[in-house]
Design a protein around this ligand. Structure first.
Ligand code: ME8
Length: 518
């Protein structure tokens, strides 16, 4: 049986329309899901929306609608965007679903049965935007005597009756976890940060609210709703059918990977494992925190007027160009800065001029010079075998190893180097000139290139599923195994090549961005 692989994104706050960070995280997760499926694993991929909490309640009040109306509308925008971006999730979860309330109440009851929950009064600095309390010592100064959270968001002194979770009891167990399972938190920089935080001592965590009622009711104390992070984290279990003993629970829990952004590392690597230990539920295997995307070096915000709609980017440049750009341009664990210029440059130099041009040149030459049939792959010379070996290593070893480790940009760099090698080969061999001087040699060169292109296309199916499906279909290269045996069978079949179509058109900068640099 295929190895199961359960992968989740963070669930997104639908208090506004999706932004580029949401697109980035979900595209990366989708590439990984498709990659693992391609490797033969039984993948379960979950994403969704995190609909409770004060932030949602306040936003709805500002708009004069109910939180549920806000959630319904905005959650729809996330679904629409993910359909546009070709996201192949298996489950889109909404935390307002009844099954999710039931799952959250069950995990609560288990933590309570353990003796880890107690009622007390809470006073502290609360950030509505982060939905988190902060310690006085963590705050940073804003303008005047304004206080801000470490994320730079406003905090308010808040007093309320609250249930508490005995997080302080879990310090040693968490440190043991990080030491015994060094891969639990990646990348290492985040692991070090979390270890320092936990070593500093843990205070019990306030886990219920009475000041509003948009959330999951606390079992036995129905005037309290759960702190939004308690129910939000539980989504990863709900989606598999918890608390029922479902087949999905048996097959996919513990999760293989929670993919999140760096700002919510603490919730996933301190609170979540502590809740699970308390409830006697096995822990996920890994949490990977990716970096943040900035717009020309700045955080996007309504006041700066620089908010980019990812759907518009996809419409303007093409979904696959956007997917490729986001994974190729940035080191996955680090922050990155994007601009229209960077997208256009990357797409033109690598997709249009390099890979697209390689495919177009090769297929056109075969179309024109080989009577529509595939040339035989015979009489190979050292140059040909060397290229074939190099492409196979880049696609099957280098790219795969990098993708397994979530080093997407490194994997795509290896792939691009393989494309460059093919372009260097075609320039040196000059099959267009061989047509007159040595037609047999021309056939071998074109056959070699065809096989290389089929492998290159297959390798990046997870990144550019739509355009690679088109190319692979046009080349009759849709099988799993692409090698010389496959090529020989194909070239001896009734194969007829269609007139090749351009894959990646050259892009232009939008007028407003011309000459601005980026
Ligand atoms: O944090 N670049 O939701 P969210 C890259 N509901 N990633 C970004 C980003 C940016 N500029 N901005 C946000 C939440 N993200 C909670 C999660 S999980 C149980 C609950 C990432 O809508 C962010 O780090 O604010 C997070 O992983 C995801 O987008 C959703 O953020």
């Amino acid at each position: 049986m295929a190895d199961p692989f359960y992968l989740t994104t963070a669930i997104h706050y639908p208090n506004g329309k999706p932004h580029i960070g949401h697109a980035y995280e979900t595209i990366a997760a989708d590439v990984l899901a498709r990659f693992h499926r391609q490797m033969g694993r039984d993948v379960r991929f979950q994403t969704g929306t995190d609909e409770h909490g004060l932030k949602m309640a306040q936003k709805a009040r500002d708009l004069g609608i109910t939180p549920r109306e806000l959630a319904d509308e905005m959650s729809g925008h996330f679904r629409d965007l993910f359909a546009k971006l070709d996201i192949s999730y298996d489950r889109f979860i909404r935390t307002s679903e009844d099954v999710h309330h039931a799952a959250s109440r069950e995990i609560w009851k288990r933590m309570e049965a353990k003796g880890d929950l107690y009622l007390d009064r809470y006073e502290g600095w609360y950030s509505i935007r982060d939905e988190a309390y902060y310690d006085e010592s963590e705050l940073i100064g804003g303008e005047g005597d304004e206080k801000l959270s470490p994320q730079g968001t406003p905090v308010e002194w808040t007093v309320e009756e609250s249930w508490f979770f005995r997080l302080s009891n879990y310090q040693d167990k968490l440190l043991a976890l990080y030491n015994e399972q060094p891969d639990f938190i990646r990348p290492d920089s985040r692991r070090n940060e979390v270890m320092r935080f936990v070593e500093g001592g843990l205070r019990d965590l306030s886990v219920s609210r009475t000041s509003f009622d948009w959330g999951v009711k606390v079992p036995g104390a129905e005037d309290h709703v759960m702190y939004v992070w308690v129910d939000a984290l539980t989504n990863y279990l709900t989606g598999l059918g918890f608390p029922e003993d479902t087949e999905d629970m048996a097959k996919f829990w513990p999760a293989d990977l929670h993919l999140i952004g760096k700002d919510i590392t603490r919730f996933h690597t301190v609170y979540w494992p502590a809740f699970l230990m308390s409830a006697d539920i096995p822990l996920p295997k890994q949490v990977f925190a990716h970096g943040f995307l900035l717009n020309k070096g700045q955080k996007e915000s309504k006041s700066l007027g620089n908010v980019t709609d990812p759907a518009e980017l996809a419409d303007r440049y093409g979904v696959d160009v956007l997917r490729y750009f986001l994974l190729r341009e940035f080191s996955f664990g680090q922050d990155g800065s994007y601009s229209h210029e960077a997208i256009v440059n990357r797409a033109n130099s690598e997709l249009a001029n390099s890979f697209g041009n390689l495919a177009q040149r090769t297929l056109s030459l075969i179309f024109k010079n080989c009577d529509g049939a595939l040339p035989p792959l015979e009489n190979r010379q050292a140059d040909d075998t060397q290229l074939l070996d190099q492409i196979e290593k880049a696609c099957k070893t280098d790219l795969s190893t990098a993708f397994e480790a979530l080093a997407f940009s490194q994997g795509l760099e290896a792939w691009m180097n393989a494309v460059f090698a093919c372009n260097a080969y075609i320039d040196v061999q000059a099959p267009w000139a061989l047509k007159k001087t040595d037609p047999d040699r021309m056939q071998t060169v074109l056959a070699t290139l065809y096989l290389c292109i089929a492998q290159l296309a297959q390798a990046v199916v997870p990144v550019m599923p739509g355009s690679m499906a088109k190319l692979r279909s046009a080349m009759s290269a849709e099988t799993e195994t692409i090698d010389t045996v496959w090529y020989r069978a194909l070239s001896q079949s009734e194969f007829r090549l269609e007139k090749p179509q351009g894959l990646f058109p050259r892009l232009e900068l939008p007028e407003s961005d011309e000459g601005q640099g980026g």
